[in-house]
Design a binder for this molecule. Structure first.
Ligand SMILES: Nc1nc2c(c(=O)[nH]1)N[C@H]1C(S)=C(S)[C@@H](COP(=O)(O)OP(=O)(O)OC[C@H]3O[C@@H](n4cnc5c(=O)[nH]c(N)nc54)[C@H](O)[C@@H]3O)O[C@H]1N2
Ligand SMILES: Nc1nc2c(c(=O)[nH]1)N[C@H]1C(S)=C(S)[C@@H](COP(=O)(O)OP(=O)(O)OC[C@H]3O[C@@H](n4cnc5c(=O)[nH]c(N)nc54)[C@H](O)[C@@H]3O)O[C@H]1N2
Ligand code: SF4
Ligand SMILES: [Mo]
Length: 749
């Protein structure tokens, strides 16, 4: 009898008793054939119950149940998970208990997105654009040959720097995409971060010398969350920690948010703020800490750079001044600053993710600098219960051996203007600026010749659909590697079908102190689809740079794991495990940044208005807010029936409007309105009238309004995509896309 390794692992995981049943059932699994028109994945009613797998298998003797280590693919949180299969089909998923991003928990999307595996909108074969604008199925041979020929032509012209790679940065894509670009002679790899958290990355790098500080939620006595909604912008383990803080005796939680988010609803205090003015609020609190001598002098003496310059300007930012801008009463600002000082250093102002200062306004990276300032004043940085500065793997991943040296990183300029010497010298690399590539392609014809996009839908997830579309259609060749027929895929010359997360093994990844690896859970549903580690080497061979890719994924992962003393067998069996970490050392905190002064920016962060100002220009105009809902991801899940149906059942894609504003405009709950912004199309939307939102804000739940004709269920779900109402713009310092720089006009129908 042949027992494949993954069946065997599954069997050992569910126990000896199951082994007999499973072995008997292998034949069933081999005979299992999926009919073409079988409906979307059928999940049993008891999904999520705490099953006793031994008894379960005993009850259903014929079923072969296996489990496979993986991580969820439905958002950027990378929650570790187990994929369970039954008779060779994905059956259910559960949180991986040893993975620090999930700690045994998954959110609704992890279950819902199993539809991606079996769904109808999957790309099944390579596709080529036809002259009429449609697509025809072609073979992999033809696709790679034609793409390779184009690449050879561009390289022969000396134009390799006009090629780029863009993605939602997953470590497999980072490895293969970067190596591929370097092999071709291009420096440009860009990511989705410019529509997410580039402002935050830039502000922290420039102030504390590293991106992505974390918050020590589990040990903190005072959590101030400014535009961070752990309850709906989910990473499951973090949500669990915040749930703990909400319950913990003696721990205070404050949410500063223009709307009562799911987290704010459970926090000790909700502080409604006028959108786009968080920097004024933080400067106001800094003013109190300084003027009342409540700051941590020891910390400042040891770590602050340019503190004198900061003292010269902070005096003007009184709580009364901040009240005018933020609408938060001066007394409240004073009280919150004093409370935090009393809790210091076991407190933090959250470094946040996207909500308030990730990539929304012209002041985001400057706001981030003030978040670093206030945490420094409170002495929270690097302290238990404060802001974590992270740690690095004690023993890093290994590299491929000398038979497979990496291509040298080219020195040609980046296409997106990010980094030293570019248009946006402070734009963090490797995040990059994909929307600037779109602009460049439009404004300087021929400047961008070839784009590769993988696992990324920038035409829909960046502001200004028509601008992004025009830009992405202006390249000589766009190749999109997708599982689905997205808006970006619709602009492609070639679409290459990747198999889904459940059907492939991937590069071993590090997520904090966890290393994890996706393993193959099921056979390919569509046999013509391929994983990235096969697609890139094929393209590289065709382009004449195949020598950089003559190794297998197995060899790569074995080399990565070697210094850690972990075998592939153990990695596959455990899915995720904890590795030893060394704490990072503290960097100075730059209150004054001379590099900024050199480039004409402020040495010390000074109050900066959003590009569109902060007061709505007219009575029927509102600041557009683009927010996450717990059961949708970006522009990817409205087409997932099990998730989209939640929206339909509970009517949750309505736009939130403040009760008194609605009364002023004669709008009732559930009324339909027209919304538009200067230069945009006009959209119809339904209004949710509520006191849970600041009068200046109109809340657009994110993720709706797909424009690809292939997303049929999404069309049924409806809704407006905020990116259709926001023009193309770039934040002056970090270059991000400013997703909330628009006031929308509302008209009752
Ligand atoms: N359900 C779900 N979870 C996700 C994702 C997803 O797509 N769906 N994606 C993951 C990713 S990539 C990200 S970046 C994170 C995002 O996680 P978050 O950044 O927490 O989520 P957002 O909903 O973008 O914003 C959080 C809050 O900011 C508020 N906000 C908006 N404008 C302002 C403002 O001007 N000032 C202040 N103070 N608050 C403001 C919004 O009302 C919202 O409640 O979520 C991650 N988890
Ligand atoms: N309107 C709106 N815009 C937003 C946001 C929002 O909530 N609403 N959120 C913002 C934020 S925080 C972020 S981080 C960005 C996210 O920006 P994107 O990364 O562009 O967002 P997604 O919609 O998640 O796109 C991921 C794409 O990967 C594809 N995909 C999924 N699995 C695979 C796979 O295994 N292989 C391949 N090749 N492709 C796969 C999906 O089909 C999807 O098209 O968007 C930003 N813009
Ligand atoms: S937060 Fe939810 S959707 Fe995102 S990776 Fe974790 S389980 Fe998946
Ligand atoms: Mo994001």
């Amino acid at each position: 009898m042949q027992i494949s390794r993954r069946h065997f692992i599954g069997v050992s995981a569910v126990g000896v008793l199951a082994a007999g049943a499973a072995a008997a059932g292998i034949i069933g699994a081999r005979n299992f054939v999926r009919s073409e028109d079988e409906p979307l994945v059928q999940l049993p009613d008891d999904i999520g119950d705490d099953l006793d797998f031994d008894n379960f298998v005993e009850e259903r003797e014929a079923a072969v149940i296996t489990r496979h280590g993986s991580f969820c693919n439905a958002c950027s949180s990378h929650c570790g998970m187990w994929i369970y299969t039954k008779n060779g089909r994905v059956w259910k998923v559960r949180g991986h208990e040893d993975h620090n991003r999930s700690r045994g928990k998954l959110c609704a999307r992890a279950h819902g997105h199993l539809e991606w595996v079996y769904g109808a909108a999957r790309v099944r074969t390579p596709l080529k654009r036809t002259p009429g604008g449609g697509f025809e199925a072609i073979s992999w041979e033809q696709a790679t040959q034609e793409i390779g020929d184009k690449l050879r032509e561009v390289i022969a012209d000396g134009d390799a720097e006009r090629i780029f790679w863009g993605h939602n940065p997953r470590q497999t894509g980072v490895f293969y995409g970067t190596r591929f670009m370097h092999a071709l002679g291009s420096s440009t790899v860009v990511t989705h971060n410019a529509a997410c958290n580039t402002g935050i990355h830039c502000g922290f790098i420039q102030t504390i010398g590293r991106q992505g500080p974390s918050a020590d939620r589990a040990r903190s006595n005072y959590l101030m969350m400014i535009g961070r909604n752990y309850g709906e912008g989910i990473r499951t383990a973090e949500m669990t920690q915040v749930a703990g803080a909400l319950k913990r005796e003696g721990t205070k939680t404050v949410c500063v948010d223009p709307r009562l988010s799911a987290t704010a609803a459970l926090a000790d205090e909700w502080i409604p703020i006028r959108p786009g003015t968080d920097m004024a609020f933080i400067l106001g609190m800094c003013n109190v800490l300084v003027s009342e001598d409540l700051y941590d002098r020891e910390f400042i003496d040891e770590y602050a750079v340019g503190f004198d310059r900061f003292l010269e300007t902070i005096g003007q930012y009184t709580p009364e001044w901040a009240e005018e801008i933020t609408t938060i009463p001066a007394d409240t600002i004073r009280r919150l600053a004093r409370e935090m000082a009393a809790a210091a250093p076991t407190c933090f102002v959250d470094p946040s993710w996207k909500g308030a200062f990730g990539a929304n306004y012209a002041n985001c990276s400057e706001t981030t600098r003030t978040v670093a300032y206030i945490n420094a004043l409170l002495g929270t940085i690097g302290r238990p219960g404060g802001l974590g500065i992270g740690s690095a793997m004690a023993t890093g991943f290994g590299n491929l051996n000398e038979d497979h040296p990496p291509p040298a990183a080219p020195t040609v300029p980046r296409l997106d203007g990010a980094g030293r010497g570019g248009e946006f010298p402070f734009a963090p690399i490797p995040q990059g600026l994909p929307h600037n590539i779109a602009r460049k392609a439009i404004e300087e014809p021929g400047s961008v010749r070839v784009g590769f996009i993988r696992h990324f839908n920038p035409v829909r997830t960046f502001p200004d659909y028509y601008h992004m579309k025009e830009g992405f259609e202006a390249f000589e060749m766009l190749v999109v590697m997708e599982t689905h027929m997205t808006e970006t895929a619709m602009c492609a010359d070639y679409i290459l079908p990747e198999c889904t997360f459940a059907e492939r093994e991937e590069v071993v990844e590090q997520h904090g102190n966890t290393i994890a690896m996706r393993t193959v859970a099921i056979d390919k549903v569509h046999p013509e689809t391929k994983p990235l580690d096969e697609i890139v080497p094929m393209l590289a061979e065709a382009a004449g740079v195949g020598e950089y890719f003559r190794f297998t994924l197995e060899e790569l992962n074995t080399a990565r794991l070697a210094p850690l003393g972990i075998s592939m067998e153990e990695m596959r069996e455990r899915g995720a495990m904890t590795v030893e970490m060394n704490p990072n050392s503290m960097n100075p905190v730059r209150f004054y940044n001379e590099d900024y002064v050199e480039q004409g920016f402020n040495g010390v962060a000074q109050w900066t208005e959003p590009a569109t100002g902060y007061i709505p220009p007219a009575n029927n105009q509102f600041r557009l807010l683009n927010v996450k809902q717990g059961y949708h991801s970006h522009a990817a899940t409205a087409n997932v029936e099990k998730l989209g149906q939640i929206t339909i059942d509970y009517n949750t894609n309505r736009l939130w409007m403040n009760t008194s504003k609605a009364a002023e405009l004669g709008i009732n709950d559930n009324d339909w309105v027209e919304v538009s912004s200067p230069g945009s199309e006009t959209f119809r939307a339904q209004i949710y009238v509520t006191q849970k939102v600041h009068p200046d804000a109109l809340v657009f739940p994110g993720g709706y309004g797909n424009r690809t004709p292939y997303f049929e269920f999404s069309a049924k779900v409806g809704g407006v995509n905020p990116n259709d109402l926001v023009p193309f713009r770039m934040e002056p310092i970090s270059g991000h896309a400013m997703l909330q720089e628009a006031f929308v006009t509302v008209r009752r129908i």
